[in-house]
Design a binder for this molecule. Structure first.
Ligand code: TXA
Ligand code: MG
Length: 314
């Protein structure tokens, strides 16, 4: 794939929106860092983000919208969430709020969680692209997994050239540091320090923010540990021959009615993963067996998620 460099004007926005509409990934500047965007309603497109980044696990992603009205269409805002949005949007603040059941968002953007992280960026290029595209854009930082976040189009190309459809070149990002993340699904908790300071947030709320719990091993990485989605039933992995009382989740030629990807396509499997786990809950599956998924490319992220789902529950 050749990666196009697009100009930060209407022509560039139209081309970028065209790519997004076709399910491709496009990098674009926000005031914090460059994001790697995809249509947040399209499971396959969102899976493409993880593939391009070579991410070994499915962290939930930030969904970008142009304004508060678009945000309210996707999620339920508590009074605190609304107060923070009114004070700091557009800007370098991300707010985690409960998804609306009919949000139309991909399950993959939330990694199966009932919440979604929303952000209204202030950068004129991000605003121009969001308004031209006319839909929510999921975007983590536009760097290969484990590498430094990009603050110039050249950084994006150095890491992702040939792996993404385009980058909109809007020059250097003014903040250069990722957005602050506040979880407002209950009393507000600071999940990640960033472009808006804790003091500013607390002054706005008139109360101290809760801190994320730390474990003995390492601080809780937002979205990585405690709250991750697991199905109700127990999960057994790498199964070729399920037992009679197990519901089988297949992959490729191994498996029956419920299959991550009958064609054995890892992008399709990633796109279907959370929907399949929800389906197993809806079916009331008590024992779940999962076919082997190859430990390569997106298969690593799929297996990471499945291993968490299969891990002993606390
Ligand atoms: O400045 C930024 O925030 C940049 C630009 C592109 O907007 N984006 C960014 O995205 O840093 P990313 O994917 O690198 O960081 C997203 C963070 C992750 O730590 C993730 O765990 C957390 O947000 N997150 C997303 N959805 C969440 C949710 N529903 N609950 C808790 N944490 C969530
Ligand atoms: Mg990042």
């Amino acid at each position: 794939m050749t990666t196009e460099t697009l100009t930060p004007d209407h022509k560039g926005f139209l081309r970028a929106a065209q790519f997004l509409g076709s399910g491709a990934c496009v990098a674009f500047p926000t005031e914090t860092v460059y994001g790697l965007g995809a249509d947040a309603r399209d499971d396959r497109a969102v899976a493409g983000i993880f593939e391009a980044k070579g991410r070994p696990s499915f962290n939930p992603l930030i969904v970008h919208v142009p304004g508060q009205a678009e945000a309210e269409a996707l999620a339920d805002f508590s009074p605190e969430a609304r107060r923070l949005a009114a004070a700091f949007w557009p800007g370098p603040l991300t707010i985690v709020v409960p998804r609306k059941p009919d949000s139309g968002l991909s399950d993959l953007v939330s990694a199966g969680l009932p919440s979604v992280a929303l952000r209204v960026p202030q950068h004129p290029v991000a605003q121009g692209l969001l308004r031209t595209f006319g839909g929510p854009i999921a975007a983590p930082s536009a760097n290969p997994s484990g590498r430094v976040s990009p603050t110039e189009a050249g950084h994006v190309l150095a890491g992702l050239r040939g792996r993404i459809a385009a980058v909109v070149d809007g020059g250097a990002c003014p903040v250069g540091l990722e957005s602050t993340i506040v979880d407002c699904t209950a009393a507000p908790v600071l999940l990640r320090a960033g472009g808006v300071s804790q003091e500013e947030l607390e002054a706005c709320l008139g109360a101290p923010l809760g801190q994320p719990q730390a474990t003995t091993e390492r601080p809780v990485a937002p979205g990585q540990l405690a709250s991750h989605y697991a199905p109700e039933g127990t999960v057994r992995l790498n199964v070729l021959d399920p037992q009679k009382d197990e519901v089988f989740l297949g992959f490729g030629p191994v498996g029956g009615a419920l299959n991550l990807s009958p064609d054995g396509d890892l992008i399709e499997a990633a796109a279907n993963l959370f929907a399949c786990l929800h389906k197993l809950d809806q079916m009331g599956a008590e024992r779940i067996a999962v076919a082997p998924v190859p430990e390569e490319g997106l298969g690593r992220a799929i297996n990471d998620r499945l291993r968490r789902a299969a891990a002993p529950r606390v």
